[in-house]
Design a protein around this ligand. Structure first.
Ligand SMILES: Nc1ncnc2c1ncn2[C@@H]1O[C@H](COP(=O)(O)OP(=O)(O)O)[C@@H](O)[C@H]1O
Ligand SMILES: Nc1ccn([C@@H]2O[C@H](COP(=O)(O)O)[C@@H](O)[C@H]2O)c(=O)n1
Length: 554
């Protein structure tokens, strides 16, 4: 696939799973300090002098709003956080004293319920254990950095399916009369939002359904009638907006509540710049709206809702410590990699957007066979390389062209591959490409009628009992054929701990089955799927891998 097409496919993939994520913020450094005179000036030059007068207005507002104490507090906070750099201790400030982990002792809290649901003693085979999506509410004043914080969380949770829903999408459209006198409309009052529709949308997402979210046009103060943004079901839902904590019904649905706390003068500076650049406003209208509606509503509705927050992030997106801690907490609560905790011999290769993109392509039922083969090969290669990393090594020293000694390692040589026919054969090329001249054996497991009898054909290296074995099968579903193949290897004298089972995708059921039976064997996979369906097919899965790879699927 040409690079541009791949880029587009990747973006489309990101759109489906990471709706709302600003990809530009992943590519560029997120922060240029907006309070720094140089960046303010740079912006002014770019916008035809519209912002030239802002500094004067700002000076006036700065004096009125913040005064010396706010800046002193920020400075002290910054100095403390600088001195404690490297220690994970800073979250919230002395005024807030809110714990990071909310309501843990409260058994009725959604967080404790989740913690219990992923306890290893639970019967994880049951689909009832599939966790409901984790809903995070992110509130804070206008331009406090809510969206920026959300983007940073999403970026760090790149190996999970995360969607962002903005409360702004649920602004009511204005009537003709209201539109005529838009400067008198209070967009910061709770009644400006259609909260019933927001509740319905979040309710559906929490039930694992996808929804169509309205698209709001800030320039014309109305919703786009024809188009919606499809938000898919996901592991984590982030709901962001100035008043997401206002309605108790919305609050109750949240598993975690974050308040982004940024100084009023910084917020105003950002708001002016953003509204002029992105929302088609002029400086006077922004300041007028701010004085008349935004600030009073912040004091009346937004600030009082801060008390509901579990976590308060001072300085928004600049507070990397808080964001790291929040991400760690979400990861623990999600427990998606709990199988790796239960079975320490299960390894999932580190997920990246490239890997997610390749999975998106090979799982797409409409992909062409050449593309399926190409992207499967790339993924298989990564799994094979990861698997090889689990082999034992010996220390080795070499002399470099500079005459210096480099102390490294020597590859394990007593090694072979065994593919489970037929789809396992698709992994042989990648193994050969990584291990020159490697011996590869084969095992065929064939069901003989409906009486549970199996025919087994095997052709394995004679000295297999002395080798480490990389067992190849792209899909681990029920685990039945894997168990049969492993039994064959063990009968041939291969110790269980010398078998590394390599898959592209694994169903939790297959992992439980294989790992319970063979606790010393290692499994390396690139993704763990949701479950098996009634027909024992992996869901979401990728269909009949062998047929798709070898072009016999039509
Ligand atoms: N830490 C930061 N440093 C510099 N600019 C920021 C920072 N956080 C946000 N901004 C900028 O301020 C504006 C408002 O930020 P945003 O995250 O959209 O706030 P909110 O979602 O709370 O309205 C945006 O233009 C954004 O780029
Ligand atoms: N037509 C509209 C709708 C909303 N606003 C302002 O947007 C602010 C909320 O968005 P943030 O991204 O800043 O959280 C809110 O303060 C409204 O005043 C608007 O100006 N026009």
């Amino acid at each position: 696939m040409p690079e541009k097409a791949m880029d587009e496919a990747m973006e489309a993939a990101a759109g489906a799973h990471f709706s709302g994520l600003r990809l530009d913020s992943l590519r560029l450094p997120i922060h240029s300090d907006p309070s720094s005179p140089s960046s303010a000036r740079a912006a002014a030059f770019h916008h035809g002098g519209e912002l030239d007068s802002i500094d004067n207005h700002l000076q006036h507002f700065h004096n009125g709003l913040s005064g010396g104490m706010a800046s002193l507090q920020t400075k002290v906070g910054d100095m403390i956080s600088q001195q404690l750099h490297g220690h994970r201790v800073v979250l919230g400030n002395q005024h807030h004293r809110l714990p990071l982990l909310a309501n843990h002792s409260d058994p009725s809290s959604p967080l404790s319920a989740r913690a219990m649901a992923v306890h290893p003693s639970d019967d994880l085979d049951s689909p009832d254990n599939l966790l409901p999506p984790f809903l995070i509410g992110v509130s804070g004043g206008t331009a406090s950095g809510k969206t920026t914080v959300c983007d940073m969380i999403i970026q760090q949770l790149h190996d999970h399916r995360v969607v962002l829903v903005n409360q702004d999408s649920f602004y009511r459209g204005l009537t003709a009369e209201e539109s005529k006198r838009v400067s008198e409309y209070n967009f910061d009052h709770p009644d400006a939002f259609d909260t019933e529709q927001l509740l319905e949308c979040i309710g559906k997402l929490k039930c694992g359904l996808s929804v169509n979210v309205p698209i709001y046009d800030f320039k014309n103060h109305r919703r786009c009638k024809e188009s919606f943004r499809k938000v898919n079901a996901s592991d984590v839902i982030i709901l962001e907006g100035i008043l997401v904590f206002h309605d108790s019904r919305v609050r109750k649905m949240m598993d975690m509540k974050i308040f982004v706390d940024t100084d009023a003068d910084i917020r105003l500076t950002r708001r002016i710049r953003r509204d002029i650049v992105e929302r088609g406003r002029d400086v006077n209208s922004v300041l007028e709206q701010y004085t008349k509606f935004v600030k009073p509503a912040f004091d009346d509705f937004v600030l009082p809702s801060k008390k509901y927050a579990d976590v308060i992030i001072p300085r928004g997106g600049d507070n990397h410590v808080a964001i790291d801690l929040i991400v760690q907490h979400i990861r623990t609560k999600l427990g998606q990699h709990d199988l790796c905790k239960i079975y320490p011999n299960v390894f999932i290769i580190q997920s990246t957007f490239q890997i997610r993109g390749m999975h998106t392509l090979i799982r797409d039922q409409n992909i062409t066979t050449p593309d399926f083969v190409f992207y499967s090969d790339r993924l298989i290669r990564l799994v094979v390389e990861h698997g090889l990393g689990h082999l034992p090594f010996t220390e080795k020293q070499v002399v470099t062209p500079t005459g210096s000694v480099y102390t490294g390692v020597d590859f394990c040589k007593k090694l072979c591959g065994v593919s489970i026919i037929r789809s396992g054969e698709s992994m042989e090329n990648a193994l050969r490409a990584c291990c020159k001249g490697i011996k590869i054996g084969k095992i065929l497991i064939h069901r003989d009628g409906d009486n549970g009898k199996q025919l087994i054909y095997e052709k394995l290296p004679n000295d297999i009992s002395e080798r480490h074995v990389l067992l190849l099968d792209p899909v681990l579903a029920t685990g039945n054929s894997a168990i049969k193949a492993i039994e064959v290897l063990i009968q041939k004298g291969v110790p269980e701990k010398r078998i590394i089972f390599l898959n592209l995708i694994s169903a939790p059921e297959g992992i439980h089955c294989v790992c319970k039976r063979f606790p010393f064997l290692k499994i390396v996979t690139s993704e763990i799927d949701a479950a098996l369906n009634e027909e024992y097919r992996v869901i979401p899965g990728l269909g009949e891998f062998g047929d798709r790879y070898f072009g016999t699927d039509d």
